[in-house]
Design a protein around this ligand. Structure first.
Ligand SMILES: *Cc1c(COP(=O)(O)O)cnc(C)c1O
Length: 466
């Protein structure tokens, strides 16, 4: 293929600008749901692999035409599904340039900007989230990989303390590792255990009505557990938003010599709120943490962080054998990201995290998280005013669970998604089928909440009347 003509490159970048601006300008008026079907997208983009090269501008036009119907407006201020953040402008823009530079962020020597932005973002994040300033951090794809990596470090640490070298000798023949977690842990904990050969299911600890782990129940469980142990606490239950009493949980677990991991994919951001200082007290005493940037920090996908208070164990568990990779060029250990994540080559995902933090500042982050909580509370207040509608959780963060008398919640969810003003999904909680609202977008304001409540209430009244 010939090198691109500078005019083609210029044309391509102009098109990117036009398409991006058009997508963003339409966000507020288009249906939040995707309007295309799988077959429409296959027809538009598929067919046999072309024999001959195609003009990059034509390829881009084809793709962006399909994107109009093939994207869900997850960056819209009225997207409330799962826990999906949008993209603050500086992070989105920085992430658009990241592939232009196309740095391999695994090694400092081929990606100095990627390495140093991650180093700076690490310091800022530890400060904001009230974690130990000398903690180690790896920038991974998201909460799943952060949980898996943290448990990999934990596995090394608790086995080393029992005199077993798992990196050299594997798991077979070694002391068994017990993983303990709350009944309402996230499914990615169980998945991480499977990936690490730690069994398919943790020993379960009872939780309170909102799903937060009970420290007394943990003490009881640990009383019956011997040997290397990892306790998984949670900040931010994915349904209710509940926060485990992480300081008390950590003290109980440390009293038994266990490692404490905190899955705080979105809920760890509560640690930056002065209002919730008491609820997150002691979070910095744990041993490892998982937190997402692509959720509440509103960095584009994909961006999560694994943090551990034990850098030596971290490197021992996930780092490279430098001798075996003599063809590479290593530098300062903290700047070579290959030492801190399970990946080898990877994109510079810390660049967008740095840009989000730099553009928001401490006040911007705190305001964004606080506003998410306030808008969730507003949803609860407005919805509870409708007869037959009930709020089913204590709204502590950005999550709201809503029950409805006399209608099938599946049908309600479908009706709300189809109508298109907003996008919410359903869930099961305590045997009830509920509507689930997650406020994770930096732009969501009172008007978005009011418009969305109107859409939900109107769908509910229609269904109830039929
Ligand atoms: C979202 C979430 C995860 C998984 O994170 P991904 O970024 O989707 O991989 C894990 N734990 C909790 C509590 C979550 O909310």
């Amino acid at each position: 293929m010939p090198r691109p003509d500078p005019r083609t490159t210029g044309q391509l970048l102009d098109r990117v600008r036009t398409h991006a601006a058009r997508h963003l300008a339409a966000l507020d008026d288009r249906p939040v749901r995707a309007t295309g079907t799988p077959d429409e997208l296959r027809d538009a983009l598929g067919g046999p692999l072309p024999d001959a090269p195609e003009d990059p501008v034509a390829v881009l036009d084809l793709l962006t035409a399909a994107a109009e119907r093939g994207t869900t407006a997850t960056t819209s201020a009225r997207f409330f599904g799962f826990v999906i953040g949008g993209a603050v402008p500086a992070a989105m823009a920085a992430d658009m340039l990241t592939p232009v530079w196309d740095q391999n962020a695994g090694l400092y020597v081929v990606g100095p900007l990627a390495a140093v932005t991650e180093e700076i973002a690490r310091g800022w994040l530890l400060d904001l989230l009230t974690l130990p300033p000398d903690a180690a951090m790896g920038f991974v794809t998201g909460g799943q990989m952060a949980n898996t990596t943290a448990l990999q470090v934990a596995r090394h640490h608790v086995l080393a303390a029992a005199g077993w070298d798992v990196e050299r000798d594997g798991l077979a023949g070694g002391p068994p590792v017990t993983v303990v977690a709350g009944r309402e842990r996230h499914s990615t904990i169980d998945r991480a255990m499977r990936q690490l050969g730690l069994g398919g299911r943790p020993v379960l600890v009872d939780v309170d009505d909102d799903g937060a782990m009970r420290p007394d129940a943990l003490a009881e469980v640990l009383g019956g557990v011997d040997g290397p142990t990892i306790v998984c606490a949670q900040l931010g239950n994915v349904n209710t938003g509940a926060l485990d009493p992480v300081g008390a949980v950590t003290d109980v677990a440390h009293g038994h010599g266990a490692w404490v991991h905190v899955d705080g994919a979105f809920g760890l951001w509560a640690a930056c709120l002065p209002r919730l200082r008491a609820a997150t007290e002691g979070v910095g005493r744990a041993d490892s943490w998982a937190v997402d940037a692509h959720k509440w920090l509103n960095v584009p996908y994909d961006a999560g962080m694994v943090v551990t208070a034990h850098p030596a164990s971290h490197v021992a568990a996930v780092g490279t054998d430098r001798g075996q990779s003599a063809y590479l060029q290593f530098g300062e250990r903290t700047l070579d990201a290959v030492e801190w994540t399970p990946e080898f080559s990877r994109r510079g995902r810390g660049v967008a995290v740095w840009a989000a933090l730099r553009s928001l500042g401490r006040r911007g982050v705190v305001d964004m998280v606080e506003r998410g909580c306030a808008m969730a509370a507003r949803f609860a207040e407005l919805l509870a005013a409708e007869p037959g509608v009930h709020i089913r959780n204590t709204v502590v963060l950005n999550q709201v669970l809503v029950g409805f008398d006399d209608v099938d919640v599946d049908a309600l969810v479908t009706a709300v998604q189809q109508e298109g003003t907003c996008w919410m999904s359903g869930t099961r909680w305590r045997d009830a089928h509920l509507l689930r609202i997650s406020v994770s977008n930096w732009q969501t304001d009172e008007e978005d909440v009011e418009r969305s409540v109107e859409a939900v209430v109107s769908a509910y009244r229609t269904l109830r009347a039929t």
